[in-house]
Design a protein around this ligand. Structure first.
Ligand SMILES: Nc1ncnc2c1ncn2[C@@H]1O[C@H](COP(=O)(O)OP(=O)(O)OP(=O)(O)O)[C@@H](O)[C@H]1O
Ligand SMILES: [Mg+2]
Length: 391
């Protein structure tokens, strides 16, 4: 289908592939703009199902289900990356798909993603493809040790990755990781991790939220600081990189661009995600239009206001049973703005919700102030050694 720039009218139906929390929060944003949401998922217990106008429960690759879904909606978007681009191509025969199957195809495969980003001159961590065991030696010779082996496809929250510190462990890591091919990356000694949410409209309008800092705990995003406590020029360069990536992808919708800031002040792109992103959840309380609102606007062809921020913010993820045990405490804490995803089972490592804490604009406190504001939630967020370098 050719891309129409006509804005969807209130009452139009937005189809979302995937039923997770990103779909749930997108659906709520869509409802605020007067749209109805039709969720396509395989699991009736998914978080987005509870807030959807209509639901298709079917395998993601069922041509019949995809076809009738496409006929029932005015536009399709997706909230997770483990659907096939072929499914999106099938949907695109009937209605606009935003972002496109091409964007998904490239970004869901680390090898294709890195090849594409390198081809447009985006700085990346050093990497080497590992399609067969024989590539391990060349990867080690090129990148040195330690290195990280990652599956090219299907990884998330640090799953599908092994850190290799010793040559003897290379083969084991290769055998343990599936599916192949893999990509080997040199370990970046980063000062901190940053990300930018970039939104691009059907007419090419491009908007960026402020650059934020992300801290991980055991491979899972733990907290986001907005704005990132880095030099203004670094934050601006990160936004420029994100915009270049979105333009090159001809993106329509939102994309999270994850980066490393190294100790020389250089930015290296880690990966991109063409959907709302956990590191953009702070916008739900600190911005007039949050990431979900901006995403839905882009997908529906509505005007995109500047992605402004009226407060500084810290976003703290609620992960697994340990964090959910703090729920009663969170509810009692002034200033903690809770968001739960409606997942029944708090399995270890599962993202159950998040809490936003706001500060006056320009008044994001230093490390101790942040910990203090997090109260009971501060337990596992001890400052990494590198924080002093960037505070
Ligand atoms: N080359 C690298 N050098 C140093 N640290 C890295 C490197 N690659 C990944 N990491 C660390 O592991 C984290 C997860 O890696 P990555 O973003 O590639 O995987 P993911 O499974 O897609 O994670 P997520 O779903 O949280 O985005 C990164 O945010 C970073 O903390
Ligand atoms: Mg990542």
């Amino acid at each position: 289908m050719t891309q129409s720039t006509t804005a969807l009218a209130p009452g139009a139906v937005i189809g979302i592939m995937g039923g997770g929390q990103l779909g749930r929060m997108s659906a709520v944003a869509a409802a605020k703009l007067g749209f109805k949401v039709h969720v396509f998922t395989q699991n009736v217990t998914d978080p987005a199902v509870e807030v959807a106008h209509a639901v298709t429960l079917a395998p993601y690759d069922s041509p019949e289900a995809l076809e009738s879904f496409a006929r029932a909606v005015d536009v399709v978007t997706f909230e997770f990356e483990n659907i096939t681009a072929d499914a999106l191509d099938l949907l695109a025969r009937h209605c606009p798909v935003r972002p496109s199957g091409r964007v998904l195809r490239t970004s869901q495969d680390r090898l294709e993603e890195k090849t594409f980003l390198a081809s447009i001159g985006i700085p990346l961590a050093p990497w080497h493809p590992v399609t067969a065991r024989a590539d391990l030696q060349t990867a080690m010779d090129t990148l040195g040790l330690p290195l990280i082996l990652k599956t090219a496809q299907e990884g998330y929250d640090g799953k599908g990755q092994r850190r290799v510190h010793h040559p003897d462990d290379l083969n084991t890591a290769f055998d343990e990781l599936a599916p192949h091919p893999l990509v080997a990356e040199g370990m970046v000694d980063f000062a901190c991790e940053l990300s930018v949410m970039v939104i691009r409209g059907v007419d090419g309008t491009i908007r960026c939220f402020d650059t934020v800092q992300n801290r991980h705990w055991h491979g899972i995003l733990d907290m986001t600081l907005a704005p990132a406590p880095v030099m203004e020029e670094t934050a601006r360069k990160a936004q420029e990189l994100a915009c270049r990536v979105a333009e090159a992808f001809d993106l329509v919708g939102i994309m999270g661009v994850e980066m490393f800031l190294d100790h020389t002040g250089a930015l290296l792109v880690n990966e991109v995600a063409p959907r709302p992103h956990n590191s953009g959840h702070w916008t739900m309380n600190a911005c007039p239009q949050d990431q979900f609102d901006m995403h839905i606007r882009a997908v529906a062809g509505l005007p995109l206001p500047q992605a402004t921020r009226h407060a500084d913010a810290v976003m703290k993820n609620l992960v697994g049973p340990e964090d959910m045990a703090l729920w009663p405490e969170i509810l009692k804490t002034p200033g903690h703005i809770p968001h739960l995803y409606g997942k029944a089972d708090a399995r270890p490592g599962r993202k159950m919700g998040h809490v936003n804490v706001l500060f006056p604009f320009g008044a994001l406190p230093g490390e101790f102030g942040v910990q203090d504001a997090l109260g009971a939630l501060a337990t596992k967020t001890a400052a990494p050694a590198d924080m002093e370098a960037i505070d």
